[in-house]
Design a protein around this ligand. Structure first.
Ligand SMILES: O=C[C@H](O)COP(=O)(O)O
Length: 254
């Protein structure tokens, strides 16, 4: 079964109401490959989720950038998975490196969140990736495997999981992983899934790349055998996000 190309736009903590409407208008007017070829998901900050959902074209979907690890209650400042389900938000990004680093989210905490969100019926973009220090120490695969294992230990059904490989050194730095570097880790990750989860899960799970993806580098990255799409930060706020969505076309000729 072919894996459908997936392009996510993570808007992070950016935008005013007016800017958000402008981005959505640009997306709504764009000519992009059909839903059969590419799945597009944009992830605005929480406060704009209902607005974006109400005005976004129906063939694109929305994701939250995080959710709480269990049922809601006395957790000031948090948003629960149940609330996202209640608002009909289908996707959530979990384990982004900015949250791991700045908010001390551990592998186990991220694994718990992924399991809880899936159990509530959300689809999850689960992020993994090494720091520059870890890459230089030669421990990229150990780090990424440990992050993935914490998810695999808690999740049995992978059909609603997309794994985003996002090397921390490439995020927001303009230093993109080379297509060969991305392919190497994606290939290793898929082998890890085959060995530790199942061959079927390894074959079917989309592994997308994130880290300084832009309109200029997306085709070559997307052309790699195990790169099934992207999680885009900075460029998802710009019209070039459309070009990144169109990179799905490279899989047609592959
Ligand atoms: O979630 C997206 C990643 O953090 C990539 O961000 P970036 O495209 O700005 O490097």
């Amino acid at each position: 079964m072919a894996r459908k190309f997936f392009v996510g736009g993570n808007w992070k903590c950016n935008g005013t109401g007016e800017e958000v409407k402008k981005i959505v208008n640009t997306l709504n007017e764009a000519q992009v490959p059909s839903q059969d070829l590419v799945e597009v998901v944009v992830s605005p900050p929480y406060v704009f989720l209902p607005l974006v959902k109400s005005i976004l074209r129906p063939d694109f979907h929305v994701a939250a950038q995080n959710c709480w690890v269990k049922k809601g209650g006395a957790f000031t400042g948090e948003v629960s998975a149940e609330m996202l389900v209640n608002l009909d938000i289908p996707w959530v990004i979990l384990g982004h490196s900015e949250r791991r680093a700045l908010l001390n989210e551990t592998n186990e905490f991220v694994g718990d969140k992924v399991a809880y969100a899936l159990a509530q019926g959300l689809k999850v973009i689960a992020c993994v990736g090494e720091t520059l220090e870890q890459r230089e120490a030669g421990s990229t695969m150990d780090v990424v495997a440990a992050q993935t294992k914490a998810i695999a230990d808690r999740v049995s059904n992978w059909s609603n999981v997309v794994v985003a490989y996002e090397p921390v050194w490439a995020i927001g730095t303009g230093k993109v992983a080379s297509p060969a570097q991305a392919q190497e880790v994606h290939d290793e990750l898929r082998k890890w899934l085959a060995k530790n989860v199942s061959a079927d899960v390894a074959a079917a799970t989309r592994i997308i790349y994130g880290g300084s993806v832009n309109g200029g580098n997306c085709k070559e990255l997307g052309g790699q055998a195990d790169v099934d799409g992207f999680l885009v930060g900075g460029a998802s706020l710009k019209p070039e996000f459309i070009d990144i969505i169109k990179a799905a076309e490279v899989k047609k000729s592959a």
